[in-house]
Write a protein that binds this ligand. Structure first.
Ligand SMILES: C[S@@+](CC[C@H](N)C(=O)[O-])C[C@H]1O[C@@H](n2cnc3c(N)ncnc32)[C@H](O)[C@@H]1O
Length: 218
């Protein structure tokens, strides 16, 4: 059971004792998710899309990124196919305790947690979810993705998930000019992304965080 915490913007997050890490920035889970994954990563591509946008998430966790993605898909009436991997799913009770519905103005977070694993599940007319209860290291796909949300625990906690090999694996299923967004702007992450096949841009982070990364598949 992960411990529920409240971040600075009032939104909940979880604390993982296994990794000694929280799932989101303590400065605000909701602000972080909207800034990095939605506004920097997804929105520019979704607004210009005339066919379904394929999104891949590393680390489904609380479902917050998927929830905000579903909200934007419905708002813009654009179709999204969303694949997320998660090695250690949270429980239904943990998901039910999160306050994202009240704060985001979108409903039914639990639908994302209750839906079955490993199938394409239509959550709405515009949002189809395929959750995979699997480690990223073991994930394979025949799809090509336009947007990658890279939301693993910090490189100090999971160094093996921030290496060239893992980004090369992701690059292999990312469309050319597709984007990978992540909260970590560490030098080792930039170097691993470049070596893995991405061009790296540094952007202003949410709140007091100076930088986050947007990497474009070459
Ligand atoms: C920083 S949390 C972010 C979770 C999620 N994006 C959210 O907003 O709640 C990292 C997530 O990656 C999961 N995870 C850790 N190692 C993994 C692995 N090797 N493959 C897939 N998921 C993993 C954790 O269980 C956790 O849910």
């Amino acid at each position: 059971m992960e411990r529920l915490i409240v971040t600075e913007d009032g939104s909940h997050s979880l604390y993982s004792a296994q990794y000694n890490q929280q799932y989101h920035s303590l400065q605000g889970a909701l602000i972080e998710a909207e800034h990095i994954y939605i506004n920097l990563g997804l929105r520019p591509i979704l607004e210009n899309a005339d066919s379904p946008v394929f999104v891949f998430e590393m680390g489904f966790g609380t479902g917050l990124n998927a929830f905000l993605t579903w909200k934007l898909a419905d708002l813009l009436q654009k179709n999204i196919y969303y694949v997320a991997v998660e090695a250690f799913p949270i429980s239904g009770d943990e998901a039910s305790s999160l306050n994202y519905e009240t704060l985001s103005g979108h409903s039914n977070l639990i639908a994302l947690h209750d839906c079955p694993w490993s199938v394409d599940f239509p959550i709405s007319d515009h949002f189809t979810l395929n959750k995979q209860h699997i480690k990223l290291e073991d994930f394979t796909t025949t799809n090509n993705f336009d947007v990658i949300y890279y939301d693993a625990f910090d490189p100090r906690a999971q160094p093996e998930l921030w290496e060239e090999e893992i980004f090369a694996k992701i690059a292999a299923f990312t469309n050319t000019e597709g984007v990978l967004v992540t909260y970590s702007s560490k030098g080792i992450v930039k170097r691993a992304l470049r070596a893995g096949g991405f061009r790296v841009e540094r952007h202003k982070g949410p709140g007091r965080k100076t930088h986050v990364l947007k990497a474009i598949k070459i």
